[in-house]
Design a protein around this ligand. Structure first.
Ligand SMILES: [Zn+2]
Length: 413
């Protein structure tokens, strides 16, 4: 994948002042995807002071800087609502094909072997990979706390989540809300984390009006454990010396029912995965307004199963996309995630898949109005794809299916 930094091109074209001047810059292209349902042929986006000032059809008559990108498409930067940058160093070091529990054990052992410098270096490359593959915002989950500074000093918008698990947290738990980047908290999952700790994390994030993230209903092992308090996962926790006798599980609830019962689900919650779930669970998620982050390639690699995406769509759940980590997938590209979704769920319209990768992800990460759509007041950072098309249908198909192989120009003004 070739990445061209438009800023560099623009500096060459307009001089050093073009990218930081207060003067407006007009970006023209053959197509402008304002959002998944609003697509302009031959349009422009005007950016001033780092924000979108205007969007329109036709050629903008202007005395200011104009960049004509070509016949392709300008679209909102993508949102990767769930990844683990600190696991980038585990690429090709753990084997998803050996099953989930074996993968977890391998992952923990391999992670303990890594030097912090290696984790940092690979995490930084992961951020570059996200940006170069068209992503402008992410939800980064960190158990070790090692990626916080990298994330904060990067060009990514979104949330850095401190993730906790077990019975208590030794970490000083704090949240911080910012306009483009926030620090928040995540509970690992109901089969790894006590309800007391999950409740505490959720309360803290609610006070800060921030998203809370949790892996939910991912594996059969989790579902059996939450329903019965027994099974392979119970043995695994016991071996690791984790006392779950007071967790109050084993009441024949699904993971979603359990999360609802202990007060974790509301419109600021991102439930990640949601494979082991049924229609009743989807209704619970919808009623509470929770977002679901799909990590389909990871699910396929680790579990050989996929969530019931069409039913979740029918239930009008806010579905967004995440890649999970390089310990379970080959790339952090949301374009790859969209193509996988389209190939495995051909009945889902491309517009719905693009909405998951843009607007819905921005909503889940609290970036409504700033990212996910091209609107006045939104961030002046978006992408251009050299993807000519004859009509909207062809354009949307191309964005979903073949964009990952095309040149992605990141326009960051
Ligand atoms: Zn995850």
């Amino acid at each position: 994948m070739t990445v061209i930094k438009l800023q560099d091109e623009m500096r060459k074209q307009f001089g050093n002042d073009c990218c930081h001047s207060a003067g407006p810059v007009t970006h023209q292209a053959g197509w402008i995807v304002v959002d998944q349902n609003t697509i302009l042929q031959n349009g422009y986006v005007v950016v001033q002071d780092g924000l979108i000032a205007e969007i329109g059809k036709g050629k903008k008559i202007s005395n200011n800087s104009v960049v004509d990108h070509g016949d392709g498409v300008i679209l909102p930067g993508l949102v990767n609502a769930h990844t683990h940058l600190e696991l980038c160093a585990l690429k090709n070091r753990v084997k998803p094909e050996n099953g989930f529990q074996s993968w977890v054990q391998e992952l923990l052992a391999e992670r303990d072997e890594l030097e912090p410098e290696t984790i940092q270096k690979e995490s930084a490359l992961g951020i570059e990979h996200l940006l170069s593959s068209g992503c402008i915002a992410a939800g980064d989950i960190s158990t070790m706390g090692i990626t916080k500074d990298l994330f904060i000093h990067s060009q990514l918008m979104g949330i850095w989540f401190q993730e906790c698990l077990g019975n208590h947290s030794d970490t000083n738990l704090g949240c911080r809300k910012g306009p483009r980047q926030s620090i928040s908290l995540a509970g690992h999952a109901p089969h790894t984390t006590s309800p007391e700790l999950l409740g505490r994390l959720k309360t803290l994030t609610s006070k800060g009006k921030l998203p809370f993230s949790i892996h939910l209903a991912e594996s059969r092992e989790e579902a059996v454990f939450v329903a019965s308090g027994k099974g392979e996962w119970a043995d695994f926790l016991t071996e690791r010396g984790i006392d779950f006798s007071f967790w109050g599980i084993g009441n024949n609830l699904t993971p979603i029912q359990y999360a609802d019962q202990i007060g974790l689900l509301d419109s600021n919650t991102i439930a990640v995965h949601v494979i082991q779930s049924d229609e009743n669970d989807f209704k619970i998620l919808q009623k509470n307004g929770a977002s679901v982050c799909l990590c389909l390639r990871s699910n396929h690699a680790l579990h050989g199963e996929l969530p019931d995406v069409p039913s979740m769509l029918k239930n009008r759940i806010n579905l967004c996309l995440g890649t999970d980590s390089l310990a379970s997938v080959d790339t952090l590209s949301v374009f790859d995630e969209m193509a996988f979704a389209a190939n495995h769920f051909p009945e889902i319209p491309p517009a719905d898949i693009l909405e998951m990768a843009t607007k819905n992800g921005a909503k889940a990460l609290g970036l409504n109005g700033l990212a996910g759509t091209l609107v006045p007041g939104g961030i002046g950072s978006f992408i251009y794809l050299d993807l000519p098309a004859d009509n909207v249908k062809q354009l949307m198909e191309s964005i979903i299916h073949s964009a990952a192989q095309r040149t992605i120009h990141r326009i960051a003004v």
